[in-house]
Every structure is written in C-alpha cells, then in structure tokens.
Design a protein around this ligand. Structure first.
Ligand code: CO8
Length: 278
C-alpha cells in the first residue's frame, strides 16, 4: 500500500524494525504505525513476522505517547496471505504440536492491546492475515481487498482466533459458510457483511483515510477509549445484566477524571479539548 503523502514511505530502511525488518514501527501524532513488511511473499507470516508483530505491540502498549495503533502492510498486492506455507513442516507428536501454541502469540498480542487498533487492509487478506485484522477493533479496506479463510483447503481450520472472532462479528451462519467453503470475497461484500466498517476507493485513499482515522481516535481521551474497548470486548462475553453493570462501573470511574472536566471546559470555551488520560 502506498504511504500517504505526508508521512514518508514505509520502506525497508524507514521506521524501527522488529524481527529482521519483517515488521516496521513508526510513531506519528500519537499513532503507532505497524507495517508488515515482506511484500515479496505477500507479507506471509513467518517466524520473523510473528516475533516482530508481538514485540511491536508490546512496545507500543508500553509507550505512553501512543494512543492508537494502525496495522498496515507494505507492497501493492496485499495486506497478508496468512501463514507462510513454505515453513509448514510435518508435526510428528502431540508434544511437538503443542509447542506450536506460541506461534499464535502474535494475534494474542494484537488482541491484548488496551489501546484502540485499526487494520488498514488492501489486496489479499487471507487466513492468518485475516485473523490479524479480526483481532483489531476497526477494519478499513480499499476497494481491491480480497478476504478469505482458505484453511479448509489446506486440511486445517483457522488457528489464530478466526473460528471465534468471525462468528461474533458477522454471525454463525455466515461465518460457517465462509470457513466451510474457503471462498474469497471482495471489499463491497466485506462491508455488507460487517467484516469491515469503512471502505476506501483506492490504496492511496486507504493510506490517507486509515491514518486520519487513527489520528482521530488517538486525539480522544485515552482512558475513555480504553474503557470503551473494555466495556465492549469484556461485555461481549457477559449476559446483559452483567454487561450493563460493567458499563456502569467504567462510566462512574470516568466521572472522576480530569479529561471529563477538560472536555466540558473546551465545549464552553469553544476550543478543542486536550486530553491527558488523567
Ligand atoms: N506462504 C508463503 N508464501 C506465499 C504465500 C503463503 N501463504 N502466499 C503467497 N506466497 C508467495 C508465493 O509463493 C510467491 O512467491 P514466489 O514467487 O517466491 O513463489 C509470491 O508470494 C506471490 O504469490 P503467487 O505467485 O502465488 O501469486 P498469485 O497472484 O498467483 O496468487 C494468492 C496469490 C492467491 C494469494 C496465492 O499465493 C495463494 O493462494 N496463497 C496461499 C494463501 C493461503 O492459503 N493462505 C492461508 C495460509 S494458512 C493460514 O494462514 C492459517 C493460519 C493459522 C495460524 C496458526 C499458526 C500455528
């Protein structure tokens, strides 16, 4: 995906590399920009991507200047085509199979971020790549995006959260259809299904709009943003009564914050609020 005109291109030598340059990190206006950077392999997830993405998420979570995380990918052809099939090896024992568990730590690291996360998706978004996007809070795609969970064609099932996150997002029937057929679908269909919530007309527009979206989210009160995330994500696993109770607790906590008073003062003074997270 081409970078937006203002931020310089995310190339192999820009940004802070995580994992042999397979994942790059930049910081801009409170946004941590994570770029999957194996364009020659359509950003397939190898060990360097796994480690790089995990470390990038942890570093951005720990950085108090960062208030939103944008995950995007280098190259014209796609966001990510999933696990690196060329690294697939036979697994001969249950013990060896169990050792593959940490291999999905990279998706857990994305999902564990307390800060809002946005996936900017172009071109191919398949298998484990789709699962990275599903672990984000907001998905925006360009018109050329092509989604799919083709694991069934490899004698597998989605193994990085797809069987759980996709049904929660779009419903059991639609998710089963997509996982049992392994069929690909385009950006318009993704918007219709609710897989994405925003559609950009081109890769260039995606680069601009996704960064602008991340900067918009980053300008909000970081505590309120984290609490929105907590209320929605934790609430999804609760019944309505407990979910409402969680919302009430988080809402009440926010009544004590300086950010709340700053927002009210800014409204009265007809200016933009400056949020500190206190
Ligand atoms: N892994 C490794 N390399 C890949 C992958 C991949 N998944 N996909 C593409 N590439 C490489 C190709 O080998 C090729 O490289 P080279 O030129 O060196 O051979 C390059 O990228 C370009 O690909 P193509 O020449 O194939 O380009 P096409 O336009 O013909 O096709 C496709 C593009 C349709 C994307 C095609 O490459 C394809 O079908 N790829 C496989 C997609 C797939 O099945 N992904 C799912 C993988 S399984 C998964 O993600 C499960 C994750 C579970 C995580 C749990 C971990 C323990």
């Amino acid at each position: 995906m081409p970078s937006d005109p203002e931020s310089h291109a995310v190339g192999a030598h820009d940004g802070e590399p995580h994992g042999d340059g397979a994942v790059l990190v930049e910081r801009r206006n409170g946004v941590g920009i994570v770029t999957l950077n194996r364009p020659d392999a359509l950003n397939a997830i190898n060990m360097a991507v796994r480690g790089g993405l995990t470390r990038a998420c942890r570093a951005l979570e720990a950085d108090p200047e960062i208030r939103a995380v944008l995950i995007r990918a280098a190259g014209e052809r796609g966001f990510c085509v999933g696990a690196d099939i060329k690294e697939f090896r036979p697994v001969t024992s249950a013990v060896a199979a169990r050792r593959t568990d940490p291999a999905i730590a990279y998706v857990d690291a994305v999902a564990a971020l307390g800060k809002p996360t946005i996936a900017a998706i172009h071109g191919f978004c398949l298998g484990g790549g789709f699962e990275i996007a599903l672990a984000c809070d907001i998905r925006i795609a360009s018109a050329d995006a092509l989604f799919g969970l083709p694991e069934i064609n490899l004698g597998l099932i989605p193994g990085a959260g797809g069987t759980q996150r996709l049904p929660r997002l779009i419903g059991v029937g639609r998710a089963l259809d997509l996982m049992l057929t392994g069929e690909r679908f385009g950006a318009e269909e993704a918007l219709r299904l609710g897989v994405i919530s925003r559609l950009a007309p081109s890769q260039g527009a995606l680069a601009e709009q996704s960064l602008a979206l991340a900067e918009t989210v980053a300008a909000k009160s970081p505590t309120a943003a984290a609490y929105v995330k907590e209320a929605v994500m934790a609430g999804a696993d609760l019944d309505l009564k407990d979910g409402i109770a969680l919302e009430r607790t988080l809402f009440t906590l926010l009544l004590t914050t300086e950010d709340r008073m700053e927002a009210a003062a800014a409204f009265r003074e007809k200016r933009r609020p400056v949020f500190t997270g206190h």
